[in-house]
Design a protein around this ligand. Structure first.
Ligand SMILES: [Zn+2]
Length: 136
């Protein structure tokens, strides 16, 4: 159900931003979804649509939603090397497992350079709004 919570947060942010910018109509928003974010985009889109309708305001009636995937990037805490999924040398099954449960990433992924399991996730987590377009 967290798709609904995320959609609510997105709509709330869009409305807040449009007030700040003095927009009367939102035409397009771009949402970035991290590769490691567990999300059903179909449910998320549906939730966004339903919540938009529920707002009952002309502010959002013309809003189009575009979704982008943000690539996951990891950084080794030992040698400072940075890499993405493509460079991690994982099998397809392992990739699937990680996409399904990001917390298992540490069980599978090692720094391709020094083989250390001690790394941080630089990007590819969470959902954020990349841009909001509208008319004032
Ligand atoms: Zn390393």
């Amino acid at each position: 159900m967290h798709e609904w919570a995320l959609a609510e947060a997105v709509i709330a942010t869009v409305i807040e931003e449009s007030r700040k910018e003095g927009l009367e109509e939102i035409t397009k928003i771009k949402i970035k979804i991290g590769e490691l974010q567990q999300i059903e985009t179909e449910i998320f889109e549906f939730a966004l649509n339903e919540l938009t309708k529920a707002q009952g305001t002309s502010l959002l009636t013309k809003m189009k939603v575009e979704m982008d995937t943000e690539r996951a990037i990891f950084r080794c805490r030992v040698c400072g090397n940075e890499w993405g999924f493509d460079d991690a040398g994982l099998s397809e099954d392992e990739n699937e497992a990680i996409h399904f449960a990001p917390e298992v990433a540490h069980a599978y992924i090692r720094c391709p350079s020094c083989k250390s399991p001690d790394f941080e996730v630089l990007q590819g987590r969470g959902v954020s709004i990349e841009s909001i377009k509208g008319r004032g």
